[in-house]
Write a protein that binds this ligand. Structure first.
Ligand code: NAD
Length: 253
């Protein structure tokens, strides 16, 4: 087990990529804080599945786009588990909306959670990491943050922001033994994009298959967990400000 006795906080981990990372961390021996905004049923299910498998996890409610809730979340997790070693900034929203339909509300929703929230999660944890001798930050960006796609300018801006914020935070926090890194997934089959994988949309899925050299249109959430464990452990001690693409090869072209 590679994360024995570590404490990890995974935001938005009641479903999808966050759920997969939380479960893998628990398998590696970590105690895991399962953050959710409104899906208490999903969070409780993930906690039960982890504890039934012999791991340790607890649910923590907080809207991580809001600074007071972020501060409350971090304090509650530290009170409950005694410390936090690993933060996974995972909670995110994705809106496929062309420029002329992008309202202030749609823009703000994505930037507030996907970028602003990620920053304030790190800021809130820095005093604790400094006091405890270090920490690990893993933010989930996207191939929409290393490249760009039409009809989602707000999402692309938020995820591109994560890539460069990761470098900026690493530049400032490296001397504190804090590793700040990011994972940029390609398409992963989760509730986030379930609307694109519905019957009648087979042509879209076929098109996606042609966009990766592996012919894989949608990866499994578990496919993200190897990179997450790497970035959460000493194996990545000398990796700072990096964004690891886990995209079934999409970006080779
Ligand atoms: P998902 O929609 O399945 O899960 C997102 C989670 O975030 C949910 O649990 C949701 O309840 C939670 N959440 C939403 N708003 C929240 C808030 N304000 N506070 C706390 N939690 C909140 O999405 P996913 O596909 O698992 O995505 C996880 C991350 O990976 C996101 O940041 C997403 O942008 C990124 N990503 C996903 C894909 C993909 O293809 N699925 C690709 C690249 C990047």
């Amino acid at each position: 087990m590679r994360m024995q006795d570590k404490v990890a906080l995974v935001t938005g981990s009641s479903v999808g990529i966050g759920e997969a990372i939380a479960k893998r961390f628990a398998k590696e021996g970590a105690k895991v804080a399962i953050n959710y905004k409104s899906n208490d049923e999903g969070a409780n299910r993930v906690v039960t599945e982890i504890t039934d498998a012999g791991g340790t996890a607890k649910p923590f409610n907080a809207d991580v786009s809001k600074v007071p809730e972020i501060e409350r979340l971090v304090q509650t997790v530290i009170d409950e588990f005694g410390r936090i070693d690993v933060l996974v900034n995972n909670a995110g929203v994705f809106r496929t909306v062309p420029i002329m339909e992008t309202t202030e509300e749609i823009w703000d929703e994505q930037l507030d959670l996907n970028l602003r929230g990620y920053f304030f999660m790190v800021k809130t944890l820095v005093p604790h990491f400094r006091e405890s001798g270090g920490g690990k930050v893993i933010s989930i960006s996207s191939i929409a943050g290393t490249g760009a796609f039409p009809n989602c300018p707000g999402y692309c801006a938020s995820k591109g922001g994560v890539v460069n914020m990761t470098k900026a935070l690493a530049a400032e926090l490296g001397k504190d033994n804090i590793n700040v890194n990011s994972i940029a997934p390609g398409n992963v089959a989760t509730p986030l994009n379930a609307h694109l994988r519905v019957p009648g949309n087979e042509d879209y899925v076929k098109l996606m298959e042609t966009l990766t050299p592996t012919g894989i249109a949608f990866m499994d959430p578990d496919d993200m967990t190897g990179a997450a464990v790497f970035l959460a452990t000493d194996d990545s001690k000398m990796v700072h400000g990096e964004t690891i693409l886990v995209d079934a090869g999409w970006s080779v072209w």
